[in-house]
Design a protein. Structure first.
Length: 224
C-alpha cells in the first residue's frame, strides 16, 4: 500500500497564516473578517465561490485574481512562522511502506519548502500544482489557489507517475476534496481534523477521520 500525504493543513500547520492572509484579502475590498471557526465551516472549492459567500456578492475572475495575489504575497511573508504538525515527523516514520506528497500549492514553491524541513528524501515523489505560470501560492486548506479547482485529476497524474494503481493507494488529507480525489481514483482516504475543515463536516462524509496524524496513519494501514 502506498501512502500519499497532503501538505497544507496536514503535514504543515499553516492554518493561522491562511486565515490571516484570507482576511487581508477580504479587507482590501472592505469585506468582513472571518474567524478561524467560520473558515473551517465555510471554506470550499472553487475558492472564488467561498469568497463570494463571505463578501455576499459575486466575485469575477479578474477580482479573484487580484485577491488571490494579495493572499499569495502575504502568505510568503508568513511562511517562516509555520511549523510542521506536532506529530508529522513521527507519523511519517510510522508508515512502513512507500510514501509520496501531493499538494495543490504551486510546485515551484512547494519543493524548496518541503526540502527546507528535511523531508524530501522520505518521499518517492513530491508534486505540487503545475500551471503555465506559477506565481506562487498556497494550498489554502490543502486546496489549490491556482487554476485547478479540484484535486482528483492531479492525484490520478501523481499515481500514474509513480506507477501505483489507485486501489493500492491511501491519501491522508484535511479536506473533503481529498476524500473526493481518493474516491475518484479508487483509493482510500483518511481525513485529519487538525487542518482546514470543521471536524463535524469531515465526520459526516463517510470516510475514516483522525484527530492526530499518528492516528491517521494507523487508520490508513492496509486492511486485513
Amino acid at each position: 500500500m502506498h501512502l500519499v500525504w497532503d501538505w497544507n493543513g496536514t503535514l504543515l500547520n499553516d492554518f493561522d497564516a491562511v486565515v490571516r492572509c484570507t482576511n487581508l484579502a477580504f479587507a482590501s475590498v472592505n469585506g468582513r473578517a472571518v474567524s478561524p471557526d467560520e473558515h473551517r465551516r465555510q471554506f470550499r472549492r472553487p475558492i472564488a465561490e467561498y469568497y463570494a459567500e463571505v463578501l455576499d456578492r459575486p466575485v469575477d475572475a479578474e477580482e479573484f485574481a487580484r485577491l488571490d495575489k494579495l493572499f499569495h504575497d502575504e502568505y510568503r511573508t508568513r511562511l517562516s512562522e509555520c511549523a510542521l504538525a506536532h506529530d508529522a515527523r513521527a507519523a511519517i516514520r510510522a508508515w512502513g511502506g512507500e510514501q509520496s506528497l501531493l499538494s495543490m500549492w504551486f510546485h515551484t514553491d512547494l519543493v524548496p519548502t518541503v526540502d527546507g524541513y528535511g523531508l524530501t528524501e522520505l518521499f518517492r515523489r513530491v508534486d505540487g500544482l503545475r500551471t503555465g505560470a506559477e506565481p506562487g501560492g498556497n494550498g489554502h486548506g490543502g486546496t489549490g489557489r491556482g487554476s485547478a479547482d479540484h484535486k482528483a485529476g492531479h492525484l490520478a497524474a501523481h499515481l500514474a507517475a509513480l506507477g501505483v494503481p489507485g486501489a493500492d493507494a491511501v491519501l491522508i488529507g484535511d479536506s473533503l476534496d481529498d476524500a473526493d480525489a481518493a474516491a475518484a481514483v479508487g483509493a482510500r482516504a483518511v481525513l485529519y481534523t487538525g487542518g482546514f475543515t470543521d471536524a463535524d463536516r469531515l465526520r459526516g462524509y463517510g470516510v475514516p477521520v483522525a484527530d492526530t496524524l499518528l492516528e491517521a496513519v494507523a487508520l490508513a494501514q492496509p486492511r486485513r
